[in-house]
Design a protein around this ligand. Sequence first.
Ligand SMILES: C[S@@+](CC[C@H](N)C(=O)[O-])C[C@H]1O[C@@H](n2cnc3c(N)ncnc32)[C@H](O)[C@@H]1O
Length: 275
Amino acid sequence: MPVLGEDLVLTDREMQRIAALVYERSGITLHDGKKPLVVARLQKRLRALSLGTFAEYLAYLERDRSGDELVLLLDSIATNHTYFFREEQHFTLLAETVVPKFRRERRPMDIWCAASSTGEEPYTIGMTLSELDPPMDFRMVASDISTKALKAASAGVYKLASVEKLPTPVLRRYFEKGLGESAGFARVRRELRSKIDFRHINLLEVPTFDRKFDVIFCRNVMIYFDRAVQQRVVSALERNLRPGGYLFISHSESLNGITHRLRWVAPAAYQLEAL
Ligand SMILES: C[S@@+](CC[C@H](N)C(=O)[O-])C[C@H]1O[C@@H](n2cnc3c(N)ncnc32)[C@H](O)[C@@H]1O
């Protein structure tokens, strides 16, 4: 059935073409029930381009050889919902179980936060490691397919409401409050921001890194993928883990039905067996 969004109509056929494109480029599955979401999220793009119909939008997408509109399409479709200390048990596990194993090696831990959205997750990891006594040094890559989310992440500016639940000393140590025009916002201090290398990485096309990682966070993204894409992503993550390294997925995700060499260590936490 066509869906109306204000005066916009998305036909079944147009929905299928958008869903096919999104799946091919990002692995995100958009079933028919997501039609209202697609209309709601794309109408801004259509308005920005002064286009009146999805047929015109699809024609525009196909004509755009630069690929820029496809990036904007994925930016609009991807769900970026995240927050500081989401699924907090993982940060406790990181601090109390994972870090002690790596301390002996006397080198910075190598971390990859894949699907890092607007940055709350990598900054939470950074704060957790920096708060330890003594602090655990780290190198971190944080990546996402959404260029918009990455831009927000590297700016590190958040509404005060989204950081106010952090303990006051943590807030003071890692954020600076905005003044004047920036009142109502807090910015992650440069010292922490500069420790994170934000990169545009599509989990369907994981690059070869110059190192393997001790810890990979890849949470709340596989829920948008079907089994085939999950398998491809988990295999890519596993290839990038050091033996003994840890993978964190979300508590609402599972590796059931996926072929892998990881050992379950705690809910939504796995370890690649040491050689
Ligand atoms: C719901 S957010 C999860 C953020 C964070 N990991 C958390 O758990 O709070 C999902 C993120 O996955 C990203 N994403 C979706 N498909 C992706 C892909 N193929 N490659 C990389 N990132 C992707 C989205 O842009 C979005 O920022």
